[in-house]
Ligand binder design. Structure first.
Ligand code: NAD
Length: 493
């Protein structure tokens, strides 16, 4: 019998109000993995109510920041204790390589340890004013119930990037995971419960974006939405919440440039290009999908990248030798193929790949694909594909490549490969992206803040700054002068 998973609400597994379930499929084998609850507004309302009750409960309110930090650290320890299971479950759900998941699991507890360490540092400051008799200070307060909506490509990492700072700051949460990857997020909620978070502090409602996700966004009791996903959904969420004046953190799409100068170590740069676009089958927001190679090394770089692409081992994501697993679901496969066809119809040439590979599994596999003869204005170069497709384009000068790299609606990340320190600094100052990697690509840490520029988002994830996204700032003024009130018709300061 197929495994059936319910929502996690108020510390308990909870069946959907209308009894509906959806199924999740393994994208490598096409086997049905499990059924999960198809959440509706009634389920979301119950979860938000449970979170609101937990937020105002004495047990959560009276918990000291140090105790909250302990709970987060215990949660991190439990993730380590269950790392093998979590890695396997997520790999089965979205097709990510098991060895990449094992690596992610080794780093995931750090999110809980980092924000656990910050839980007792949610502090304001004392502000000098120009009135010696006035004391002014600020304090940071938890917001209340926060709604966390996450995608399928790195579900646990992207959920903990939000949940850890939200809990550290004293909020309670309702999570709506992607309909493609509910399982590990439900397991995380169970582990939070086991760590000792009071019932209702962490809730999960599974289901479709247009149903459960939309209902969460529309719930009037929410104090904030933190969303990671496509720019299109992010824009819809921004307009749906606009009239309610609640905060939203939006981590959105990308079309990042990976720039190789002719003074770079070309072998290293080629590996950086491969890591940028073929790791995780290109299904990462930070994919380095626009590769700019300076004319002097263009041929050499292209040769190295296509040779390595041709040797990539495609297949079962569970097998240790596999380097490229399947795309996460059928529509993704269709979208990637359509974009490759579009690129060719726009005048691009397939230097490698472009089709389905020969793999002895029935899943949604696609070859690592390298396009040449593309220009920066083509749709295939401007729109996010979210798959293993790189467009490699030549350039001549630093000024030219800066203009090309910045000529995009997105601004999530950029890579630069050069041995010239001054050039790397000039590039890092002038590239319009929230994360710049010099002689490296695809690195991330809970300690390092990241922000999407332009259509890649609003707000900050990771770092102390991200915890502030889950607080509001209050400014408190105290008059220590007990004498008569000064002129009531003049603004005090
Ligand atoms: P998506 O926008 O389709 O879905 C993301 C989440 O939003 C899912 O849980 C979905 O169910 C939900 N959703 C969909 N419609 C909704 C609605 N109307 N109201 C509320 N919720 C709704 O994105 P996806 O396909 O799951 O993820 C891929 C996208 O995520 C890519 O664009 C990628 O670049 C982006 N992404 C960004 C980052 C980042 O940090 N900037 C990280 C990872 C992925």
């Amino acid at each position: 019998m197929t495994l059936r998973l319910d929502h996690f609400i108020g510390g308990e597994h909870s069946a959907p109000a209308d009894g509906g379930y959806l199924t999740s499929t393994n994208p490598a084998t096409l086997e049905t993995l499990y059924e999960f609850a198809r959440g509706t507004a009634a389920d979301v309302d119950r979860a938000v109510d449970a979170a609101a009750q937990a937020f105002s409960s004495r047990i959560w309110r009276r918990m000291t920041p140090t105790q909250r930090g302990h709970l987060l650290r215990r949660f991190g320890d439990l993730i380590t204790e269950n790392a093998d299971e979590l890695a396997r479950l997520e790999s089965q759900d979205n097709g990510k390589l098991l060895r990449e998941m094992v690596g992610q699991l080794a780093g995931l507890p750090e999110y809980l340890y980092y924000f656990g360490g910050l839980a007792d540092k949610v502090q304001g400051s004392q502000i000098p004013t120009n009135s010696p008799e006035v004391i002014n200070f600020t304090q940071r307060e938890a917001l209340g119930v926060v709604g966390l909506i996450t995608p399928w490509n790195s579900p646990m990492t992207l959920t903990l990037s939000k949940l850890a700072p939200a809990l550290a700051a004293g909020n309670t949460a309702v999570i709506k995971p992607s309909e493609y990857t509910s399982r590990t997020i439900l397991r995380l909620a169970e582990l939070a419960d086991e760590a000792g978070f009071p019932a209702g502090v962490v809730n999960v409602v599974t289901g479709l974006g247009a149903e459960a996700g939309q209902a969460l966004v529309d719930n009037p009791k929410l104090a904030k939405i933190s969303f990671t996903g496509s720019t299109r959904t992010g824009a819809a969420i921004a307009s749906a919440t606009a009239g309610r004046f609640i905060g939203s953190t939006l981590e959105l799409g990308g079309k990042s440039p990976n720039i190789v100068f002719d003074d770079a170590d070309v072998s290293n740069a080629a590996m950086g290009v491969i890591a940028g676009i073929f790791a995780a089958a290109g299904q990462t927001c930070i994919a380095g999908s626009r590769v700019f190679a300076q004319r002097g090394i263009y041929d050499e770089l292209l040769e190295k990248v296509t040779a390595r692409a041709a040797s990539i081992v495609i297949g079962d994501p569970m097998a240790p030798e596999t380097e490229l697993g399947p795309l996460a679901f059928e529509a993704q496969l269709g979208k990637v193929k359509e974009y490759v066809d579009l690129g060719v119809s726009e005048g691009g040439r397939i230097a490698y790949g472009g089709d389905r590979p020969d793999v002895d599994l029935p899943g949604y596999f696609f070859q690592p694909t390298v396009l040449t003869d593309t220009t920066n204005d083509m749709r295939v170069v401007q729109e996010e594909i979210f798959g293993p497709v790189a467009a490699v384009m030549p350039f001549d000068t630093e000024e030219e490549v800066l203009e090309l790299a910045n000529d995009t609606d997105y601004g999530l990340a950029a890579g630069v490969w050069t041995q010239n320190l001054a050039r790397s600094m000039r590039m890092s100052q002038q590239l319009e992206a929230g994360t710049i990697w010099i002689n490296m690509y695809r690195a991330m840490s809970p300690m390092s803040p990241r922000q999407g520029f332009k259509n890649s988002g609003v707000g900050i994830e990771h770092g102390i700054e991200s915890m502030h996204e889950y607080t509001r700032l209050k400014s408190i003024w105290i008059n220590t002068d007990e004498g008569p009130v000064a002129d009531p018709f003049v603004l005090g300061r």
